[in-house]
Write a protein that binds this ligand. Structure first.
Ligand SMILES: Nc1ncnc2c1ncn2[C@@H]1O[C@H](COP(=O)(O)OP(=O)(O)OP(=O)(O)O)[C@@H](O)[C@H]1O
Length: 507
């Protein structure tokens, strides 16, 4: 008799890639009507396991049992038929379509594309408290609402078991609370949620059970009340974590980068950037908090020369770089960690050592005379892999075969290798595990001691508070006054980010 309380059972799952055992003898039992979190370091094998459960990849060994029935998925279609749905970290909604159009796309056979579909969306939305309206244009929705549409989309296709891949990475604290309320709603209706996250305090808040994966193998399943975030992290790493050190301020009065009265118009509505003034000193990390879509991407683009501001001046040290191209800006000593590592940061089909050269084709150690120097670039890639703990079988595998967090470590290692004077870092540790995050912060702090100025854009408020010397909030293209990271709380920042604070500034 199958155990009716068990939604998913993974038994002895093993998956090998060339040079890597991504999953080895995985054992997980997910009880029905629970939130089950999966945690582990970058490259531990979480995504691979979820791809196996969602039918994207086939295990070499082991069995998958869903609702008491053994399954052998050849594709996501099979997994969806078995009642499994996956919400990816990168939303896949078409902006210029309505919620209804996005939800029914590819599932027209279920309830058509008209009134019946609309009714079904409304039914699901109210049953689980998602607050999704079928007629809304996706372009008008904020990040949290888009995520709810993605969740509704898989529910619409009949999912009873939802896999969420780092769902809180892009949310502000208030939205995280809303998501957790939604998950409670799903649970109350007997649905099951499998949740991957690097944010251990959130995991402890929302999960009923937590499975820790270390180097491809399940080490333990624990209940949140029995562990602290630190103990979880130690289970992930397999050893004790060092206690973080507090740092003396290294801010100088030398100006590293300045943006003066910069605006960027929009063809139709209000300005995307509205009279931005900011100064970053050598040795200073200036953190920018904001809900996605409030101008932070455009701010980075005008500084990095990817877009021209409508007005304003940008100076690097004493040099006016307003009109410069991206390549000149990077060569002059501004490092860049892009938000979208797949679009701007890496060539996924190229090996790691070629990615080492990307964006730095004219600099040492990648070039000798006028020629690309493969030998030195390879040696330097090996150094980055070791220094930044990029988990990879070699520097010759493609960047696309690395786990997400390890791709990020490679980009950071590359940018830091050129001893930039300024670093423009958009979400530098998104998708990176807590241990690697601490290591990346250490690298940035070390460079800051040497005079690096950093523009830090992050959705992770703990990161902003932990790493910044000064924090400002961007809302509808305008920058707030300064917040002191030593005294501000995540809730205060969250309120300023959504405009919910009544005060314009904080004492
Ligand atoms: N298609 C692939 N080809 C080769 N190796 C792969 C492939 N997919 C994953 N790997 C390797 O398998 C291991 C596990 O990767 P996986 O993406 O599952 O880790 P993860 O725990 O999800 O990490 P992260 O937290 O960084 O997302 C890594 O060493 C990765 O390089």
């Amino acid at each position: 008799m199958p155990d009716t309380d068990v939604a998913v059972e993974l038994h002895g799952i093993t998956k090998r890639f060339p040079g890597v055992v991504a999953n080895k003898d995985i054992e997980i039992v997910v009880r029905r009507g629970t939130v089950h979190a999966i945690v582990g370091e970058n490259g531990a094998g979480k995504s691979t396991l979820m791809k196996i459960l969602y039918g994207v990849q086939k295990p070499d060994e082991g069995s998958i049992t869903v609702n008491g029935q053994q399954q052998s998925f050849s594709s996501p279609t099979d997994a969806i038929k078995a009642g499994i749905g996956m919400v990816f970290q990168h939303f896949m909604l078409a902006d210029n379509f309505t919620v209804l159009e996005n939800v029914v796309l590819g599932a027209e056979q279920l309830h058509g594309i008209g009134g019946a579909a609309r009714q079904e969306i409304e039914r699901i939305s109210s049953a689980y408290g998602l607050g999704v309206r079928p007629g809304d244009l996706v372009a008008d929705l904020g990040v949290g609402a888009r995520q709810r549409v993605e969740i509704l989309k898989v529910l619409y296709r009949g999912a009873k078991i939802l896999i969420l891949d780092e769902p809180t990475a892009v949310l502000v604290p208030q939205e995280v609370d809303e998501l957790f309320d939604n998950l409670a709603g799903l649970k109350a209706e007997g649905l099951t949620v499998i949740f991957i996250s690097h944010k251990l305090d959130e995991v402890l808040k929302v999960a009923d059970e937590i499975t820790v994966i270390r180097r491809g193998t399940t080490v333990q399943t624990v209940e949140p009340k029995g562990v602290t975030a630190r103990q979880l992290a130690e289970l992930m790493v397999g050893s004790e974590l060092p206690t973080p050190q507090t740092e003396e301020s290294t801010v100088t009065d030398r100006v590293a980068l300045q943006v003066k009265d910069a605006s960027l118009g929009s063809a139709t509505g209000p300005k995307v950037l509205d009279h931005i003034d900011l100064t970053i000193h050598a040795g200073e990390v200036l953190g920018i908090a904001g809900v996605e879509g409030n101008g932070q991407a455009e701010l980075v683009e005008i500084i990095m020369g990817m877009r021209d501001a409508s007005s304003g001046v940008i100076t690097f040290g004493d040099t006016d770089i307003t009109e410069w191209h991206t390549r000149e800006i990077r060569e002059a000593g501004i490092g860049y960690i892009p938000e979208d590592r797949h679009r701007h940061g890496l060539l996924l089909d190229a090996p790691l050592w070629e990615n080492r050269i990307l964006g730095h084709q004219t600099e040492e150690p990648n070039i000798k005379g006028f020629l690309i120097d493969g030998k030195d670039a390879k040696a330097d890639t090996q150094r980055i892999v070791e220094q930044y703990d990029v988990r990879t079988p070699s520097i010759f595998v493609t960047a696309g075969s690395l786990s997400g967090g390890n791709q990020q470590k490679l980009i950071i290692g590359r940018e830091m290798s050129h001893s930039p004077k300024v670093l423009v870092a958009a979400h530098p540790t998104r998708g990176v595990d807590v241990g690697a995050q601490a290591a990346i912060w250490d690298h940035i702090r070390e460079a800051r001691r040497e005079g690096l100025g950093v523009l830090l854009i992050s959705a992770d408020l703990d990161e902003l508070i932990g790493l910044s010397d000064t924090i400002r909030v961007i809302l509808r293209g305008r920058l707030s006054d300064e917040f002191d990271p030593d005294t501000v709380t995540a809730e205060q920042l969250g309120a300023a980010m959504t405009g919910a604070d009544t005060k314009e500034e904080q004492a």
